[in-house]
Design a protein around this ligand. Structure first.
Ligand code: SF4
Length: 372
């Protein structure tokens, strides 16, 4: 099993000192809360769910959206193979994640302008079934008397159940599939109300920023053909190469790496690792000699075929056709490429538009080297 939540963290291995949620009420005024926004902006926080959107911009959009009710959702679905850092953070620092959510609730409760009314704000921790089984009781105890409740991601909702708008549908009890955007959740999210959705790591970082403990670190999930798989906290400025070296995972054999998820992540050759990790922060190492290059592409395609929610035709049909073409005796590469273009251009959500990422980056960055 890939996940090692217990032993591989370095750089911040102190046990969490429980941080109590900020009291709402008297401190909840505009100036105070806008101070939080400024701190988040100065720290340069970006979302850690994959998209990397600036956190302050997302918070501002929900603050400015008109609504008597607003919601804060922490997305702890973490469904892509190769990712484990949210589970690690929830296990080690649940109080900080909840504190970050409470800071967001207080921020959005405060009127955006002197003339505006206070909004009623509630929170949901949208929790992966596996993490709920392991950590649910501990987290529920921390949520006593708070406006935040746990919503367990339905077991059969697959990878797509973690997509932002599909998660909102799940909480509302609707069919679990991505929503057409716009409107975005910042203006019309849960039950049509302005909703802030951030990832576990983002709320953890918000808590650190507020208490002055943020050091510009991020969490990396490292796995694959390496001796020390696990979750590590290291500076976000580190290059992929430096992260692998620092964690004693840099291979001595010919290899390539997949960055940002073992299904949808970009594939880079070992000469392309002098850049920071983008997206959700995973690094999977693949030995060139151990990897069957036909099988790895079929595995990616099978992931997308199985996880497609079937809502839109390019993804529902296109992923199956891609596999048919790829395994054919004489593949039609023109059609294959045109189907990939079609998925990028017309898919309703990022699952469909990501199909091309691992395949094209692998064919461009790695395949020519191993087939010289
Ligand atoms: S791109 Fe795929 S997963 Fe996304 S909405 Fe369309 S069918 Fe569903």
């Amino acid at each position: 099993m890939y996940l090692n939540l217990d032993s591989r963290l370095r750089g911040n291995d102190k046990k969490e000192v429980a941080s109590s949620p900020p009291a709402s009420g008297g401190r909840n005024d505009n100036m105070y809360m806008n101070g939080i926004l400024e701190k988040i902006k100065s720290a340069g926080l970006v979302g850690r769910g994959g998209a990397g959107f600036p956190v302050d911009k997302k918070w501002s959009a929900v603050q400015e959206a008109v609504g008597a009710k607003k919601y804060v959702v922490c997305n702890a679905a973490e469904g892509e193979p190769g990712l484990a850092k949210d589970g690690y953070i929830l296990e080690q620092y649940p109080g900080k994640v909840i504190n970050g959510m409470q800071i967001a609730i207080d921020f959005l409760s405060a009127p955006a302008a002197a003339s505006a009314d206070r909004a009623e704000v509630r929170g949901y921790l949208y929790l992966n079934y596996k993490y709920h089984k392991k950590l649910g009781k501990k987290i529920a105890a921390l949520l006593k008397n708070s406006p935040i409740e746990i919503f367990v991601k339905p077991l059969n909702s697959g990878y797509i159940g973690g997509e932002e708008s599909a998660a909102l549908n799940a909480i509302e009890g609707r069919r679990i599939e991505p929503r057409l955007k716009p409107p975005f959740s910042s203006s019309k999210g849960l039950w049509g109300c302005p909703t802030l959705v951030n990832n576990v790591e983002t709320f953890y970082n918000v808590s650190l920023v507020k208490s002055g403990q943020y050091k510009g670190n991020r969490f990396y999930t490292i796995g694959g053909d390496c001796p020390h798989e696990g979750v590590y906290e290291l500076p976000e400025s580190f290059t992929i190469e430096k992260v692998l070296k620092q964690t004693e995972n840099y291979p001595k054999f010919p290899f390539f790496a997949q960055i940002g998820g073992n299904a949808s992540g970009e594939v880079l050759s070992s000469r392309q690792l002098r850049r920071p990790v983008q997206g959700s922060g995973s690094i999977a190492v693949h030995s060139i000699t151990k990897t069957n290059f036909k099988k790895i592409i079929i595995d990616w395609l099978d992931f997308f075929i199985n996880e497609s929610c079937g809502q839109c035709t390019p993804c529902r049909e296109g992923t199956i056709r891609l596999k048919e073409i790829f395994i054919a005796e004489k593949p039609d590469w023109v059609l294959f490429n045109s189907l990939l273009d079609n998925l990028v251009d017309t898919s309703l959500c990022s699952l469909g538009s990501s199909v091309a990422v691992p395949i094209r980056s692998y064919l461009k960055n790695v395949y020519p080297t191993v087939n010289k």
